[in-house]
Design a binder for this molecule. Structure first.
Ligand SMILES: [Zn+2]
Length: 287
């Protein structure tokens, strides 16, 4: 599943490729679970807009759309109605789920299996959403006010971070995965950040001193920034090629290394399940 650094990389790549282009028309598939907003609303919101900007919010890709005089002129009555419903700004929100991909390609490229949406662009290209396992979601915000929930882990300051986490009676790993607190931190980066901060994933937040929490905040930022940097280096070939695979270039120190020696102290890495998710840690380095 793509996590924050992968989504950031994908959003940056899309920004490079399609910002400034315009969506002329949209085709949507018939799988209802992919569409989080009603399909008619998605189509109406996307068609005849210019893509002003593409960016990441949590694990969502957000297309900032601008409505202008693009495309065919609707009848006066219809246009009055549209102006009321849509406003000049709207957003297209894409959550990739497990296997979702955004593909930018020429319009004559054959449609891949599991394509759920095709946006025809004014440049002659198409922006396609492909998702075999269908955990991905497409939605729109008609007034441009999408709220991703939670706080950006790369932006949160020291005090708000402490306020958010200090004194809770939950295992620290579960709190890190709670998207209502921090948005976008997933399993891999939570494990890696806890290792760097020397905190055991099972430890209850109540028992974690403030100084350790401060270390954790820096560790989360470091891990995410490193991964974004690494993901960014493969930016040129992800959208057209095979999508998300090949992104996890971060050198994992604990994640997925059960039984292998800790890179610091050689103690075998342990795996425990917390809240249904695997957690990996060094029993010696993490207390
Ligand atoms: Zn160790």
């Amino acid at each position: 599943m793509p996590e924050l650094p992968e989504v950031e990389t994908i959003a940056r790549g899309l920004q490079k490729r399609v910002a400034g282009d315009a969506i002329e028309s949209i085709w949507l598939g018939s799988k209802p679970q992919t569409m989080k907003s009603p399909p008619a609303e998605i189509a109406r919101t996307l068609e005849h807009t210019r893509i002003r900007d593409v960016h990441r919010m949590g694990k969502h890709i957000v297309f900032e759309l601008e409505r202008n005089s693009l495309g065919r002129k609707p009848s006066p009555a219809k246009s009055r109605k549209k102006a009321v419903v849509l406003g000049p700004r709207s957003q297209w929100i894409v959550h990739l789920g497990m296997t979702g991909r955004m593909v930018v390609c020429k319009s004559d490229e054959p449609l891949e299996k599991h394509t759920h949406a095709v946006a025809k662009l004014a440049s002659g290209r198409e922006l396609r959403f492909v998702d075999p396992r269908r955990f991905g979601r497409l939605s729109v915000a008609t007034q441009g006010d999408f709220e991703a929930g939670g706080v950006e882990p790369l932006e949160i300051d020291r005090q708000p971070f402490l306020n958010l986490f200090h004194g809770r009676n939950t295992p620290i790993k579960s709190a890190l995965l709670n998207q209502k607190l921090l948005r976008g931190v997933g399993n891999i980066y939570a494990d890696e950040a806890l290792f760097r901060a020397g905190i055991r994933p099972t430890r209850r937040l109540l028992t974690v001193p403030r100084a350790k929490l401060e270390l954790l905040r820096s560790a989360i930022r470091d891990v995410l920034k490193e991964a974004i940097k690494l993901g960014g280096s493969s930016i040129s070939d992800y959208v057209d090629a095979d999508g998300v695979e090949g992104f996890f270039q971060l050198q994992h120190r604990v994640y997925g290394r059960e039984g292998e020696p800790c890179l610091v102290c050689k103690t075998p890495i342990k795996r425990v399940v917390i809240g249904g998710r695997s957690s990996h840690y060094c029993p010696n380095c993490q207390k």
